[in-house]
Design a protein around this ligand. Structure first.
Ligand code: UT7
Length: 335
């Protein structure tokens, strides 16, 4: 295995999650747009998604981190840094990380938001890993959180059925056992994909105006077909590449934890990697695409379900707006 020169690794030592109670099922969409349950399930794998009715993304992230702190018995004062992966910050500034830091009483932590759309969690995980490996931090919270319902156009049937709200967090801590924790990552960005998945207005280029609102430019725009093609290739390519980098075959991998955007993209990635479908984490049917939250939500649910064992090789893989994409190889470190 190609290993980085390091004196300690970053290990996921705890997980936590929050999804709001309100459920939108496929039947609901039949009542607001021209669609049907069968089409949505067959084309995407989604049956329902969760919606946060009150408050912004910081509420989702706060509740997920509270779950993490409680389940790991961690004192918020011991947290050194908080990285919030999101494309739906409560506001452009202050960063959602500041709001979350205050909400949980992490008085000794600094933090920042990271914008990489559906790859946000794995980009943030790599950032947190670097903080741990370099010796700068001892406890880093990485949370993926998105209130996608705040930027979805519920008259656009191509897009609105796909997304939901949710958050999930992991705790990263150092280990001197270099064989556990984050082993390798490959991360990619290609801004030439900027036009097929984006929110046009609300930034410095097109600040909010009557015109941008009239033109419905504060919502997610997606050319589904183009993104689908790029995602199938990008996610599978990078997943195969990381297996080579870590010297793994399909049989060595306990679980593939893919971004949950479309079941067909997930299936194509698993096939290219030579992984048995039972070894792929899936919860898209319950939550849809929660953007930065999909991968940690899978990690949390499968771990709590007793599926991961210490020493398991796990591959995370994502593709999203930007374009951004990548894969991480980690060895599960919790008993
Ligand atoms: O996480 C970030 C990355 N995002 C993704 O990875 C999403 C990538 N894209 C996709 O998952 C898929 O492209 C979609 C699920 C968005 C669409 O599936 P598709 O198989 O690519 O469908 P399509 O866009 O080719 O549309 C097929 C037909 C069209 O009708 P015509 O032109 O054939 O008459 C659409 O108008 O399905 C129609 N359609 C719908 N029908 C019923 C589009 N949306 C719907 C809908 N219900 N909600």
């Amino acid at each position: 295995m190609q290993k980085r020169n390091k004196f300690r690794t970053a290990v996921i030592t705890g997980v936590g999650m929050y999804v709001p109670e309100k459920v939108l099922d496929n039947k609901y969409f039949e009542s607001i747009i021209d669609t049907n349950d069968e089409w949505i399930r067959a084309r995407t794998g989604i049956k329902e998604r969760r919606i946060l009715e009150e408050g912004g993304t910081s509420i989702l992230a706060t509740k997920a981190i509270e779950d993490l702190l409680e389940s790991t018995n961690t004192d918020p004062l011991d947290i050194d840094a908080i990285i919030v992966a999101t494309v739906t910050p409560d506001m452009l500034f202050p960063a959602t990380a500041c709001l979350v830091q205050d909400n949980i009483g992490a008085k000794n932590a600094w933090g920042y938001d990271l914008s990489a759309a559906c790859s946000g969690f794995i980009f943030a995980l790599q950032s947190g890993t670097s903080l741990i490996e370099s010796g700068q931090c001892e406890k880093v919270v990485v949370v993926g959180a998105d209130k996608m319902s705040s930027i979805i156009d519920y008259t656009d049937r191509n897009t609105c059925i796909l997304f939901g709200d949710g958050a999930s967090a992991v705790l990263l801590e150092p280990s001197n056992d270099l064989d556990i924790g984050i082993q390798n990552s490959i991360l990619r960005t290609d801004g030439s994909g900027r036009d097929v998945l984006r929110m046009k207005a609300g930034g410095s280029l097109h600040p909010a105006s009557h015109e941008t609102i009239d033109n419905r430019e504060h919502f997610v725009y997606q050319d589904g077909k183009s993104v689908f093609k790029a995602a199938v290739k990008g996610m599978a390519d990078v997943a195969v590449e990381i297996m080579e980098k870590s010297g793994l075959t399909g049989e060595d991998i306990a679980y593939l934890v893919p971004h949950q955007a479309n079941l067909r993209i997930i299936d194509a990635t698993a096939r290219r990697m030579g992984i048995n479908p039972e070894r792929v984490t899936i919860n898209i049917e319950k939550y849809g695409n929660t953007t930065a939250a999909t991968i940690p939500l899978c990690l949390t649910e499968y771990y709590r379900d007793g599926k991961f064992k210490k020493g398991d090789n796990i591959i995370l893989s994502a593709f999203g707006g930007g374009f951004t994409w990548g894969a991480v190889h980690l060895v599960w470190g919790i008993e």
